[in-house]
Design a protein around this ligand. Structure first.
Ligand SMILES: [Zn+2]
Ligand SMILES: [Zn+2]
Length: 450
């Protein structure tokens, strides 16, 4: 096969992979880089000729995989977009939100190219979406040749899939973002367990070694205990989360905890997109028993939307739990403004539940120490760090050792390293050596041939 990574900066970001196998050319995912905006945030689509893709596959609806799909599909008008049923529901809401965000950024950041796509592009994209059943091979044909696409449950977030490609010559597996362990609201991956020729594996957690004493359930217990202590001393809890997946999971965790009095009943505030997605999760869970979610959780918690006009640095409107995006405190997001109002008070706490890139405000905060001044650059505002800052390991990605063990089971001839920072990929390149495969850590925008 031929392999081309169109994510111009490497690492994790604007994910988009182009492959050629058995006479077909296809792309997997087309994301937006969460740290950039405008043209800088999209994959280098122009590296491939317009209308040259036979099909496109979406692995899941996080924006680093989905955010520029309307652009890619606009450039490849005949390519059907293959995806799982939950993704077909979630993609609509995520992309329409993405247009609103880009319209706002147009003025805030003075980027004239924004929005990068409009409602019309979404209509075209939705028309070309084809929902595939999981573990049911789907055959595409062209010039007397055929290729088979099979999606497998990948855990991670509702609708996430690994992708198996089969031609008469070879079998390829793309793990996508994958989590083998189950979560409160979502079952773990049901991965392919047959030999493959080429494996494209995610490498997100290459640098994080799992401390055996910190398993998922014990992390949840510790997070709730920290919240209980904070609320009992009159403080508020800020939990920065991804709006898609992590927020719904945390809603269920908090609701259960309040019901068994593990934490006191206080107001719970959520950001808008996450609350909207609650309805979509509810709909999806009616059609699959792998997702356990009911929108009643919002009523049970008395969850309310975050007040609209929040002033940076001003005390939170009332004591409570603030479950708001973004997960990494990216500038101008609800969690960023809430952090600016909560950081200076030592009764409060900020509890991170996922990975924070070191260059984001969340990453910088995790790197700082108590008492230091912390600058909220876009507000030109400084707060001393007095709130308690903690991080819990509730990642949506498989542990690195689990991924190595998985690669071993598939005994591939070639392994491409994907979706990971340079150092994380290095760890995998080393750890995968005993398998004896040809390990490729692809440079962006270069073709590789196996
Ligand atoms: Zn993801
Ligand atoms: Zn991702």
């Amino acid at each position: 096969m031929r392999f081309l990574d169109l994510n111009p900066n490497g690492g994790i970001g604007a994910n988009c992979t182009v492959c050629e196998s058995g006479g077909f050319r296809f792309a997997i995912d087309s994301g937006l880089h969460p740290k950039f905006a405008g043209n800088e945030s999209i994959p280098s689509h122009s590296k491939i000729e317009r209308n040259s893709l036979d099909f496109i596959i979406l692995t899941h609806c996080h924006l680093d995989h989905l955010g520029s799909l309307p652009i890619l599909s606009r450039e490849h008008q005949d390519a059907p977009v293959l995806l799982s049923y939950p993704s077909s529901v979630l993609a609509r809401r995520m992309l329409s939100n993405s247009i609103s965000v880009m319209k706002r950024q147009r003025n805030e950041l003075n980027l004239r190219e924004l929005p990068l796509y409009g409602r019309g592009d979404l209509v075209d994209l939705f028309d070309r979406m084809k929902t595939l059943s999981i573990q049911q091979p789907f055959t595409l044909e062209k010039d007397g040749r055929s290729i088979e696409v099979t999606l497998h449950h990948a855990g991670h977030v509702a609708g996430a899939v690994s992708v198996e490609i089969k031609t008469p010559k070879e079998r390829i597996l793309f793990t996508g973002d994958i989590l083998f362990d189950g979560q409160r609201t979502l079952d773990g991956a049901q991965p392919l367990l047959e030999k493959v020729d080429t494996l494209v594996t995610e490498t997100t957690r290459g640098l994080s070694e799992r401390d055996p004493s910190r398993q998922r359930e014990s992390e949840i217990v510790n997070l709730l205990e920290e919240s209980r202590k904070t609320l009992s001393r009159g403080g508020s809890v800020l939990i920065p989360v991804f709006a898609l997946g992590r927020m719904q999971e945390m809603l269920v965790v908090i609701d259960e905890a309040i019901k068994r009095s593990a934490i006191p009943k206080v107001p719970v505030f959520c950001s808008g997109l996450g609350m909207d997605l609650v309805n979509h999760f509810h709909e999806i869970s009616k059609n699959t028993n792998r997702i356990r979610f009911n929108r009643r959780v919002l009523r049970s918690l008395g969850a309310r939307p975050l007040p609209r006009k929040l002033e940076p640095g001003r005390e939170p409107p009332m004591q409570g739990i603030y479950l708001v995006s973004s997960g990494m405190l990216v500038e101008q997001t609800p969690s960023y403004v809430m952090a600016s109002s909560m950081l200076g008070d030592d009764r409060n706490c900020i509890l991170f539940v996922g990975y924070c890139d070191p260059s984001t405000p969340g990453g910088k905060l995790l790197d700082s120490v108590y008492g230091e001044p912390f600058e909220f650059e876009v507000y030109n505002h400084v707060e001393p760090i007095r709130a308690k800052i903690k991080q819990f390991d509730l990642s949506g990605h498989a542990d690195r050792d689990q991924l190595v063990a998985y690669a071993e089971k598939l005994s591939p001839k070639n392994i491409f390293l994907h979706h990971g920072d340079p150092k994380a990929r290095e760890w995998f390149a080393d750890a995968l050596k005993p398998i004896g495969a040809n390990i490729i850590n692809p440079e962006p925008l270069q073709f590789y041939e196996t």
